[in-house]
Design a protein around this ligand. Structure first.
Ligand code: GTP
Ligand code: SPV
Ligand code: MN
Length: 595
């Protein structure tokens, strides 16, 4: 057993960083763990902690013949998604956080959470988890250290980030690291808070043990703190997948796309081109987060700061996403899915017929008559990106990849057409800024209601949203060779409530048009609100739908769009103080064009 005062000597094998040692000591004095364990990221450590997690009942081993190296975890049923209403940006002033974020004064947050953290790790182990968001050795990477009393968090962070010694080596003696403190406490939602202190590069998370609330490198550092640092340092931290497309001539292009949570990023990033696209290849760079900078060549360059995927399980199957299914064959942690009788996993949409003898995500026997889902709608897999058969080697390039096109996409049953190209960068920023999307199970709250989710960043922007749009406009001015910007919608429905567009692999039709536009190879039709493909640019038959269905998917209805512009009013009102005047003026111009 290692007592608090021995912290420094134990860490000595791994680091002598005085800032880190002092901070760990201070946090240990607050949370009062029985033990402190410094994580080195080794295989030996993984085996030891996994064995321990199994002994503690945190992880259930899956059938090693079916899912080698894979484990199953159930969260507390009150703790199944991100909690936006309990997530705070703690800037010195409320204005800095902006009207779309919950705000708490830093002193108040430190004091309130400090009381909860006081002794919260008594009887527990504090794990010191050093990690890198980004590539080891890259000047664009950020080091974080998460102190947590959750072995589940440690094992997930090990998959999602570059964790352990590698991070301490990158940090050296520097004081420039994100300070993350996490305790499960007693998983009481009344004592659950996710607080960000951008000025201190600090995150305090308490009372949860689920995904984006607690894997602090992901939404908290890479997006909320990241976006704040991005503005300060002149780059962008975005809720975007990054993919690579190779044409039959072997030319490669890169695309970044922002869709809100559970709106198709992982699926799009792992797309397999259908038969019509013989010779085309799509490869994944990242599935959730992009950090983008202006390169010396005046183009926008993107890296995926993550090392794994924390993906939505339901709906994933051999037809919709074979690359994800292949990624999940080994070394994966599954959370809140259903268990089969032979020690494997299952979720809604994996197979048509559920297997007999399922146990649901709450641990109860399940049959189709149970009247509930077997897997939670936000059940997830955590899997190393190296498992992805379609991973691009460029995912390991510390310089990142040059972006030819940016896509914004929401989940919209109506109004928004299959694809729309912006007139220019400012209009593209407007498209992203005004994007609406139906809410999903990825966050606690009502599902299926349209809300404005600017650039899919509503829950993730660490400062005022109007300032964020201004930052985007500023980046655009500095790009000599900016990517083209598009809007897509895979989710439009017909009169019967069925999706019109087949989606998934067939999204390649849209992706190809987008890249042809970027390469100057395709013409387009101008509408009052953007450019759309020429009549036969997208092959309905090859996509498996009728020409009439395709027309419906692509339709722009002036009445629906007038309503859409009305719906944007709330956002413009809310952000009136800082909304860039370019966007206000453009809105009026577009409205006038609609008549
Ligand atoms: P986060 O991890 O929460 O950020 O989600 P994500 O944006 O990566 O979403 P993901 O790819 O996991 O998809 C979420 C859900 O949307 C899954 O149930 C998918 O099956 C479904 N989905 C993804 N792409 C499509 C599509 O093109 N069409 C339709 N109809 N559904 C899709
Ligand atoms: C999202 O909600 O956008 C996710 C899952 O990617 S979580 O990490 O829980 O935020
Ligand atoms: Mn996400």
């Amino acid at each position: 057993m290692i007592t608090n005062h021995e912290t420094a000597s134990v860490a000595q094998n791994l680091t002598t960083n005085p800032h880190l040692l002092a901070w760990v000591k201070e946090m240990a004095a607050l949370t009062k763990p029985d033990r402190i364990v410094w994580c080195d990221g080794s295989e030996e450590e993984k085996e030891r902690l996994t064995r321990q997690a199994v002994e503690e009942g945190v992880l259930i081993p899956l059938n090693p013949e079916k899912r080698p190296g894979s484990y199953y975890a159930r969260s507390n049923p009150n703790d199944v998604a991100r909690v936006e209403h309990l997530t705070f940006i703690c800037t010195p002033t409320r204005e800095e956080a902006g009207p779309t974020n919950n705000w708490m004064a830093p002193e108040e947050a430190y004091s309130k959470l400090g009381k909860l953290f006081d002794g919260s790790m008594r009887g527990r182990t504090m794990y010191v988890v050093p990690y890198i968001m980004g590539l080891p050795g890259s000047p664009f990477s950020k080091v974080g250290v998460e102190l947590t009393d959750s072995i589940y968090v440690v094992l997930n962070m090990r998959i999602m980030t570059r964790m352990g010694k590698v991070a301490l080596e990158q940090l050296g003696d520097s004081n420039d690291f994100n300070r993350g403190l996490h305790s499960m406490l007693d998983l009481d939602p009344e004592k659950r808070f996710i607080c960000h202190f951008p000025q201190d590069n600090t995150i305090w998370s308490i009372g949860s043990n689920y995904g984006g609330n607690v894997l602090l490198g992901k939404k908290c550092l890479a997006l909320r703190i990241g976006s704040y640092l991005g503005r300060k340092e002149g780059w962008l931290a975005e809720h975007m997948l990054i993919l690579e497309v190779e044409n039959p001539q072997g030319e490669r292009r890169y695309v970044a796309a922002a869709f809100p949570s559970a709106c198709g990023k992982t699926n799009f990033a792992m797309l397999i081109p259908p038969a019509k696209f013989a010779g085309w290849k799509v490869r994944t760079i990242g599935d959730d987060i992009a950090w983008m900078r202006i390169g010396e060549d005046g183009r926008l360059w993107a890296v995926n700061p993550e090392n794994g995927y924390f993906g939505v399980a339901p709906g994933t199957n051999e037809k919709s996403n074979p690359n994800a299914m292949a990624s999940l064959r080994k070394d994966t942690i599954f959370t809140n899915v259903a268990l089969t009788a032979d020690g494997d996993v299952w979720w809604e949409g994996m197979t048509k017929e559920p297997p007999a003898g399922l146990t649901d995500w709450k641990g109860n026997p399940w049959t189709p008559e149970s009247g509930e889902k077997a897997a939670h709608p936000n059940s997830r897999f955590t899997t190393p990106m190296a498992n992805n058969p379609a991973l691009s080697p460029r995912a390991y390039d510390p310089q990142g990849v040059p972006i030819s096109a940016i896509i914004f996409g929401g989940r919209r049953s109506d109004t928004v057409p299959l694809v729309l190209q912006s007139f220019d960068w400012t209009h593209g920023v407007f498209m992203g800024a005004t994007m609406g999307s139906e809410t999903t199970a990825a966050a606690v709250g009502q599902v299926g209601v349209v809300r404005r989710d600017p650039m899919a960043m509503l829950p993730f922007c660490g400062y005022d949203m109007g300032e964020y749009f201004a930052h985007w406009l500023e980046i655009g001015k500095r790009l000599k060779n900016p990517p083209l910007i598009f809007q897509v919608n895979w989710f439009r429905k017909d009169e019967n409530g069925d999706f019109i567009w087949p989606g998934f692999g067939e999204n390649m039709h849209v992706l190809k048009w987008i890249l042809d536009r970027a390469d100057g190879k395709a013409s387009a039709k101008e509408t009052p609100i953007g450019y759309v493909p020429e009549d036969d640019a997208i092959d309905a038959e090859a996509a498996g739908i009728t020409k009439d269905q395709l027309r419906k998917a692509m339709a722009i209805d002036a009445e629906e769009w007038k309503r859409e512009f009305e719906l944007q009013e709330e956002l413009f009102q809310k952000l009136a103080r800082t909304m860039p005047k370019e966007l206000v003026e453009l809105r009026e111009k577009l409205r006038a064009r609609l008549g």
